[in-house]
Design a protein around this ligand. Sequence first.
Ligand code: NAD
Length: 479
Amino acid sequence: MSTSTLTYDCPRLLLGGEWRTGRHEERSHVRNPATGELLGELGLASSDDLQLALETTQKAFELWRQVPAHERCARLERGVARMRESTERIATLLTLEQGKPLAEARAECAMAADLIKWYAEEARRVYGRVIPGRLPNSRMDVLKFPVGPVAAFSPWNFPLVLSARKIGGALAAGCSIIVKGAEETPASVAAMVDCLNQELPAGVLQLVYGVPSEVSEILIQSPIIRKVTFTGSVPVGRHLAGMAAQHLKRITLELGGHAPVIICGDADLQRAVNLMVQHKFRNAGQACLAPTRFFVEKRIYGDFVDAFGTTVKALRVGAGTASDTQMGPVANTRRQAAVRDLIERSVAMGARLVAGAAPQEGSFVAPTLLVDVPPNAPVLIEEPFGPVASAVSFDSLEHAIAMANNNPYGLSGYLFTDSAKNILSVSERLEVGSLAINGMGVSVPEAPFGGVKDSGYGSESGIEGMEAFLDTKFTHYVA
Ligand code: NAD
């Protein structure tokens, strides 16, 4: 497929230090979600390909772990510079295969570069510590070592950022890594990986696409792999956690969210609405940290519904390649059907549709606001992972916190208030891994990002994210 500026070619697999065509008998079709057009056919990894990836990653690890931290940092920084120079190409590929507006694709590329840059710098600060000896002429050291070859599984919604979190942490820590990217969005990740790979010893970074269940089974069961990291859905996360447990592998799981937003009566309502509409409908709501359940104090609830509804109705929906598009399509057919079904079932249970018209057809789902949602409506329970916001009023903050916590997920949360008392209550008791107060910044390179409850365990980014790729060794010696 070609546009005036770019030819879309499905990438090959980065295996054994070279770009090779996958030898699996099955191939995967990559489509433009805005048009349904076939962009290309993706060759998938066969079991022989995966064996080659495993042998390569083991050898590459022995080499990469010896590379001094300041050189690992320099190489990654040069890769990041290439990524920044290639932003237009990477972002265009991302928009074509994933659907998000070009401005968002560029921002995602910048965020992915920032993440790897931060990890690169952090490579030089993996310190360990010294503990005073218990005996004369003795010392106790706590040392940090790279855990070993990593198998990483990243999804299709933010393919650059969610791969970068894993690649940056692993490589900065001195691990080699095999990334299984999402088969729906292969070219943008391959373009990013190519930028980095040009600065790395062969085999340190490998990229495969395949039949997901085959890839995870082969990689996680292999004794070569020492660490697993996955971003995706709860059912797949549970399955991979089971396999990792069976083989006693460390695993980090980021499994989505259903983020509560508590808006108190004293908040700057228009600011909250402007920020939250932007944040909610970014990437057509296909974001684990998207605000989804709005709990609004009763005295401002009517104003909230009017302001949010008006702003949502004004959003321009269209192909991500059009310059005036503010929200693109829902990325794949299974999600389009799931989101429409969620809206219909919730309306059937009494939720009132203020914006959005269900059911629609095709890959575009209108930005939707459901209000006065009854507590047992599916939209308050199941993660929408689409352009759907729901709103409920509350009388007391206690009640708002209880409703917010009444959900299996616990990834991100948002609070709008000017009251220190409210901030203290919510930050102490809201069951989430990250909380933004009067803003939307729940994920930045230098801070940990991860969830509680069904949202998974472990953190990415920040020093906690780096720690996930390190083993700790205690040494105690007497002279
Ligand atoms: P899904 O369960 O079909 O797949 C989720 C991801 O897991 C995909 O990237 C898929 O390729 C991968 N996968 C599936 N089976 C696998 C296996 N056996 N081994 C390894 N990887 C495997 O869900 P979906 O329809 O792609 O996405 C919808 C749901 O997934 C959403 O409701 C959301 O909860 C979740 N999701 C979350 C995130 C996130 O950022 N946390 C990202 C994407 C999807």
